[in-house]
Design a protein around this ligand. Structure first.
Ligand code: FAD
Length: 464
């Protein structure tokens, strides 16, 4: 006999109050489900507490340096600007606390019971609350525990370094900082610290930053960053040690750097340790993530997982969509799954990057013949500011169908632009659709609808 909802304390128990868990809990409660959510740290999760939101506030802070410098070309004289880390920290932390309160209130208003403690799985329908040792019986369990930063590979002295979590706890702006990593988190924080005035070294073992992004965008970022900071590519850190009241980083080429902080941003791992997965027979994959089907169901029929813990696309909007689709499917009788193929995304480096669709290499592999439309130009503002900067835009078009299969933007506001372009690309826009769109003048993004002639590339020459 199948168990009815009467035999359970709740219909849904959500482990983790981050982007995915909060959305799933609210939507399921909206369908009338009795929902409890456990959060062991702070409601809002990585994105709100120590990810996207506080990071973006710091990105804004770092970018004022360029604004002050550029203003002179437009007739402004600005007294030597001074930056006070303690003001930024206080105001940023207050905003995060406000948002945490909003998330908490929204959950309560939706009828979700929030339990501020760690939860682990005992069996396919039982949760144990670690703080109070209480058991809760749930018809469905949703694992939305996210991930945590790791310092990999492990090197001697690694304990001297901080991770992205530690950035939000720093009490002062480091005078000299070494950022290790080549992914978006390393790139973004290196940009922030350079903007705020730290002498910044960004060190990455690869030859280019941002693996997986379009190579020309990666090169453009590398060039811009080499102007803004000490960029060391193809290098690794061998060890860290205390020296002269600071930290000495010994590099593989024998060079060494004396810095005040080392930020290791080389990767993240799902939060599965001690969660009780082995008790229910859920095995994790090589990355430590929980395998799920298209509806986010694990190998155990009553247990689902969404967000970073499944390592599908580790971004907030994806965790939110997965949480929403799960709730629609399981509690709304509206089966829904998330299409992970087309994800518009931004990197908040300075200058910024916005991307939707394939990079050029992938487009060539998957679409056969493609046309590459490209514009590289100096933004209008630079004419007076005198700043030596360029914007790069690429539109990749599948020749057989005229469909736009990739758009890549490097430059100011790329994240804002790509969100709107993402609508067109998601709708299946063709190059002809881009061409008949009237330009907005004078803007940088008008280039996207005025690209007339495909670029001559080594591939087009080879194809004759
Ligand atoms: P999380 O938001 O990590 O939430 C999981 C929650 O579960 C946490 O609050 C944790 O405390 C809790 N938890 C874990 N285990 C337990 C347990 N056993 N019991 C109770 N609670 C538990 N994404 C973007 O889209 N844009 C960005 O600009 C961006 N910037 C980022 C910058 C940084 C520095 C970082 C680290 C991440 C960034 N991300 C960004 C990624 C984004 O934050 C994550 O993809 C998103 O938060 C994933 O949501 P989630 O619900 O899967 O997990």
């Amino acid at each position: 006999m199948s168990e009815t909802s009467e035999t359970f304390d709740v219909d849904l128990f959500v482990i983790g109050g981050g982007s995915g868990g909060v959305r799933a809990a609210r939507i399921a409660a909206g369908y009338g489900a009795r929902v409890t959510l456990a959060e062991e740290y702070r409601v809002g999760g990585t994105c709100v507490i120590r990810g996207c939101v506080p990071k973006k506030l710091m990105v804004y802070a770092g970018r004022f340096r360029d604004e002050f410098e550029d203003a002179a070309g437009f007739g402004w004289s600005v007294e030597t600007p001074r930056f006070d880390w303690s003001v930024l920290k206080r105001r940023r932390d207050a905003e995060i606390a406000r948002l945490e309160g909003v998330y908490d209130a929204n959950l309560t208003r939706a009828g979700v019971a929030v339990v501020p403690q760690r939860a682990v799985i005992e069996d396919p329908h039982t949760i144990r609350l670690v703080g109070t040792d209480e058991r809760v019986r749930a018809r469905v369990i949703l694992i939305a525990v996210g991930g945590h930063p790791v310092k990999e590979p492990v090197i001697p002295g690694a304990e001297l370094a901080i991770t992205s979590n530690g950035v939000f706890e720093l009490e002062s702006l480091p005078e000299r900082i070494l950022v290790v990593g080549g992914g978006y988190i390393a790139v973004e924080f290196a940009g922030v610290f350079a903007g705020l005035g730290s002498r910044t070294t960004l060190l990455h073992r690869g030859e280019r930053l941002l693996r997986g992004f379009d190579d020309e965008i990666r090169d453009a970022l590398g060039e811009a960053y080499a102007e803004r900071m000490d960029l060391r590519l193809g290098r690794t850190v061998q060890s860290l040690e205390r020296s002269e009241g600071a930290i000495r980083a010994v590099l593989d080429d024998g060079d060494s750097l004396l810095v005040d902080q080392v930020l290791v941003a080389t990767g993240r791992r799902p939060n599965v340790d001690g969660l009780g997965l082995e008790r229910v027979g859920i095995e994790t994959d090589g990355a430590g993530a929980i395998p799920v089907d298209a509806y986010s169901r694990t190998a155990v029929p009553s247990i689902y997982a969404v967000g970073d813990v499944t390592n599908r696309a580790n971004l907030t909007p994806i965790a939110i969509r997965e949480g929403h689709a799960f709730a629609d499917t399981v509690f709304g009788a509206r089966p829904a799954c998330v299409d992970h193929r087309l994800i518009p995304t931004a990197v908040f480096s300075t200058p910024e990057i916005g991307v939707v669709g394939h990079n050029e290499d992938v487009a060539r592999r998957l679409c056969g013949a493609i046309d590459v439309y490209k514009a590289s130009f100096r933004p209008m503002k630079a004419a007076l500011s005198g700043r030596d900067e360029r914007i790069l835009m690429k539109v990749l078009v599948e020749r057989a169908t005229d469909k736009v299969v990739g758009v890549h933007i490097f430059g100011h506001d790329a994240g804002e632009i790509i969100q709107a372009v993402g609508i067109a690309v998601t709708m299946g826009a063709t190059k002809a659709d881009f061409d008949r769109t009237i330009a907005v003048h004078p803007t940088a993004s008008e280039e996207l609808v005025t690209l007339r002639v495909p670029a001559v590339t080594k591939h087009s020459i080879a194809a004759g």
